[in-house]
Write a protein that binds this ligand. Structure first.
Ligand SMILES: Cc1cc2nc3c(=O)[nH]c(=O)nc-3n(C[C@H](O)[C@H](O)[C@H](O)COP(=O)(O)OP(=O)(O)OC[C@H]3O[C@@H](n4cnc5c(N)ncnc54)[C@H](O)[C@@H]3O)c2cc1C
Length: 443
């Protein structure tokens, strides 16, 4: 019997599995789709996520697929320079989401059972029974990373408060039979508004349209080449011709977040826990950060050394971060509305973002580099994640009793680094208290 079942083999579920497996747990991933998805909703990876991937030696498998290094993030399409961020990676990586999932899955020993949609969940005092693909699976815990339409969330009747969608957009990857004059062949920050066109590899283009027609059509209406052609014509004028449509989907600006990320033995992560307008390149990145925050805490719980409240600190630490992203993306959505008032506020924002302190604050937030958790003093830079999921004590001898949870490393600056890379202690007399707070009682 596995220690943990993970519902969903998207980037969040796969990275959570990677973290659990790294800490020595037996994991089974249950995935609805029969084959790995080739459809990449996300294209932008933020600096903090790049750090996380690099620290786990996952970046090298992604790098061959990187199409651009963007030296700025953006807030509603307004550039926000990253050059002075305190990170080895002061840029966004332009890479299709599918390559990230493939890179993580390529390093997993954990089996991914495909064609196994979760249809029922029952939990009791000792574990969770999950029906998936018509079979029952049992484990101590379930991580629900089954995306924005999470079945597990619905099955548990979990409270998912927030705002319903008010606008409707279409995303598609397609080939153009005729390109408009002057169409950029390199990656650029999205010029705001409908008709966004970005070149991908293999002659494909990423398209987003959000005109009147999209507002009239129902969310379940199939996206047709004709609809895309009309949307692109409106944005680019004659001279553009849609060819083969490779995939297309409708999405909106609903902003919702689970009231609680933990429901007994079920923990929610990624889009299953929070949804919002995909603007500013945040959703995938939130999911990756959820995964590394949850992984070591759940592993500690299973292995029996988790101090009181450690597992619940997953909700306490991650809920406010996503709450802030929901606020930010709602603000960006409002700035992007096609009306004169939004355009006016946008101009004011453009001016504000020219103020270095304001720009830096927004950059720290969008990039994930500014993430701070209560009781930690920021993140360690360039400390590789340990292969077995232990924390790292740097520059000071390892006190007895923690060798199963901590590994010692040389370094001039004393630091106690949690397995997710955040600093539990950065010198001073209180090492023992910090170690007990995050790593439990010494053996
Ligand atoms: C147009 C668009 C552009 C975006 N661009 C960006 C961007 O540039 N940067 C960014 O950070 N984010 C972006 N996002 C958001 C990003 O794509 C998501 O936040 C990300 O996919 C979340 O990953 P996840 O693993 O949590 O969920 P998902 O990627 O949705 O994965 C969930 C998995 O669960 C599986 N599943 C579903 N139901 C079940 C079930 N019942 N049982 C078992 N498995 C199930 C699904 O098949 C899927 O494999 C964008 C989103 C959209 C729509």
């Amino acid at each position: 019997m596995p220690d943990v079942l993970v519902a969903g083999a998207g980037p969040t579920g796969l990275l959570t599995s990677f973290e659990l497996e790294r800490a020595g747990l037996e994991v089974l991933v249950l995935e609805r789709d029969a084959r790995p998805s080739r459809q990449s909703k996300a294209l932008a990876v933020q600096p903090r996520s790049i750090e996380v991937l690099a620290e786990r030696d996952l970046l090298s498998a992604i790098e061959p697929h990187v199409q651009a290094r963007l030296e700025a993030g953006h807030f509603a399409g307004l550039p926000v320079g990253y050059a002075d961020l305190p990170t080895r990676f002061p840029y966004q990586l332009g890479v299709e989401q599918a390559h990230i999932a493939t890179a993580i899955e390529g390093k997993l020993r954990t089996p991914v059972l495909r064609g196994a949609a979760v249809t029922a969940v029952a939990q009791d005092g000792s574990g969770v029974t999950v029906t998936a693909g018509g079979r029952e699976h049992r484990a101590g815990w379930l991580v629900a990373a089954d995306g924005g339409h999470s079945t597990v969330r619905a099955l548990l009747g979990a409270d998912f408060p927030g705002y319903s969608a008010r606008i409707s957009l279409v995303v598609a990857d397609l080939k153009l039979d005729r390109k408009p004059d002057g169409l950029a062949e390199n990656w650029q920050l999205p010029a705001h508004g409908s008709g966004f066109l970005l070149p991908l590899t293999g002659g494909r283009h990423r398209v987003i349209v959000a005109g009147e027609e999209q507002q009239q059509l129902g969310r379940d209406a199939p996206v047709t080449a004709e609809e895309l052609q009309r949307g692109l014509l409106a944005a680019h004028g004659p001279g553009i011709e849609v060819g083969e449509v490779l995939w297309a989907s409708r999405f909106g600006d609903a902003a919702r977040q689970l009231a609680r990320y933990r429901h007994g033995r079920v923990l929610f992560a990624g889009d299953a826990a929070h949804i919002h307008l995909p603007v500013g390149g945040q959703g995938l990145n939130l999911g990756l950060q959820d995964a590394v925050n949850l992984g070591w805490k759940l592993a500690a719980q299973v292995r029996g050394w988790a101090p009181e409240g450690l597992l619940d600190s997953y909700h306490d630490e991650r809920h406010p971060i996503a709450e802030r992203v929901l606020l930010s993306t709602r603000a960006q959505g409002a700035l992007g509305m096609p009306n004169p008032e939004s355009a006016a506020v946008r101009e004011i924002f453009r001016g504000l973002l020219a103020v270095p302190e304001a720009r830096r604050d927004v950059a720290l937030e969008l990039s994930g580099i500014g993430i701070r958790y209560p009781g930690t003093t920021g993140r360690a830079t360039a400390v590789p994640a340990t292969p077995d999921g232990r924390g790292v004590l740097i520059g000071t001898p390892l006190p007895p009793g923690w060798a199963d949870r901590l590994v010692s490393a040389g370094g001039a600056e004393p630091q106690l680094v949690r397995p997710d890379g955040y600093l539990a202690w950065a010198g001073g007399p209180d090492l023992d208290a910090a170690a007990r707070r995050w790593f439990g009682l010494p053996a």
